[in-house]
Design a protein around this ligand. Structure first.
Ligand SMILES: [Zn+2]
Ligand SMILES: [Zn+2]
Ligand SMILES: [Zn+2]
Length: 348
């Protein structure tokens, strides 16, 4: 975003505080941009084929990835065709299983080996489908793969946290078109989860309740940022969202860990995921986006004051020096306008 557009006459800034992390953002309230201003026209060059013989994730190319660690299959041997969801170690892993998790000093600094795990969840044999375009039943399989791999790392004592995240589209930092999610398990807590744990802990200490449960209750009663709800989940745009259309999916049941979902909740989660991604795609013209599942650390069994959730970040604006230098984000669409647009697109 250029500084000129920030000075545009319609921009009415409001500083808002994230109730969990206590971070501030600047929101264009009132007469900011309209949601339709951010809608992009689909680029015909972005229409990939259903199968790409050079893609390492397409069926028939199983030998081009490290051997699978999990798969849902109708038939076929491991590392051959016949799978519907397949999980493999990342060939270009950010963290690796060899090494030690010991902290060491480097002069005045601290460092440790890049110890951990990095996996790719290949969501479908079809090269060109986004997650929301798959059948709900298929997405249930993807969610099951998330759960199984999360559980596989939850038992590893030296790995404190498992982050499941998805990059879709060129602006979201992915080089591979083929639909996939990634999992990184590491010995340190992600900063965002750390801030949320601290914030939720303080809230619980002072008010004796969960901040995310309060967000749920408040958003459902106010309705301003609620997009839709299902039996087990509520979908809202974040009051102090850092990105335009930043949307959260929060389970109604207070639960600290993603993998503790019941079968019924997991199946509901799959349909909610499909519906919210479909609405974002329709509203914004299939934008690039990221999402991440925030779940309690795997090693802190005593955490009560956390509440797992999914955060979706459509990537329609670019971060500038102000955001990078200050960690204060400028959100050009008010979350209320975004929620309204996402509610309206539901009836299309
Ligand atoms: Zn492919
Ligand atoms: Zn809660
Ligand atoms: Zn979060």
């Amino acid at each position: 975003m250029s500084s000129a557009s920030r000075r545009n006459a319609g921009f009415q800034p409001e500083l808002r505080k994230n109730i969990v992390t206590r971070e501030w953002v600047i929101i264009a309230k009132g007469r900011g941009k309209r949601p339709s201003d951010l809608r992009r026209d689909a680029d015909p060059q972005e229409d990939p084929p259903q199968y790409d013989s050079k893609c390492p994730f397409c069926p028939g190319n199983e030998g081009k990835t490290p051997p699978e660690v999990f798969a849902l299959r109708d038939g076929g041997k491991p590392n051959s065709r016949g799978w519907s969801v397949r999980v493999v170690p990342n060939k270009f892993a950010a963290l690796r299983a060899d090494g030690s998790d010991a902290l060491r000093s480097v002069g005045i600094y601290s460092a440790r080996d890049g110890f951990g795990a990095h996996e790719v969840i290949i969501e479908s044999p079809e090269h060109n489908k986004d997650l929301w375009e798959m059948d709900t039943e298929h997405i249930e399989g993807v969610v099951e793969a998330y759960r199984q791999r999360y559980l596989a790392y939850e038992v590893a004592e030296s790995l404190r946290h498992v982050l499941i995240f998805r990059n879709h589209g060129p602006k979201a930092g992915t080089s591979l078109v083929h639909p996939h999610t990634q999992l990184i398990a590491g010995p340190v807590l992600p900063h965002q989860v750390h801030l949320e744990l601290l914030g939720a802990g303080h809230y619980w200490e002072y008010l004796g309740k969960c901040v995310f449960c309060d967000i749920l209750d408040y958003e459902l009663s106010s309705g301003e940022r609620a997009v839709f709800e299902s039996d087990h989940f509520v979908v809202v745009t974040a009051f102090a969202g850092r990105y335009p259309f930043e949307t959260w999916v929060i389970p109604k049941r207070h639960s600290i860990r993603f993998a503790d979902m019941s079968e019924e909740e997991a199946s509901d989660f799959a349909s909610v995921l499909k519906e919210v991604l479909r609405r974002i795609a329709l509203c914004l013209g299939r934008p690039s986006y990221n999402y991440a599942i925030h779940s309690a650390p795997t090693t802190d069994y005593n955490v009560r004051a956390y509440h797992w959730h999914l955060e979706i970040y459509p990537r329609i604006t670019t971060l500038g020096g102000f955001e990078l230098g200050s960690d204060i984000y400028i959100n050009v669409i008010s979350p209320e306008d975004a929620a309204k647009a996402l509610r309206e697109v539901g009836s299309e």
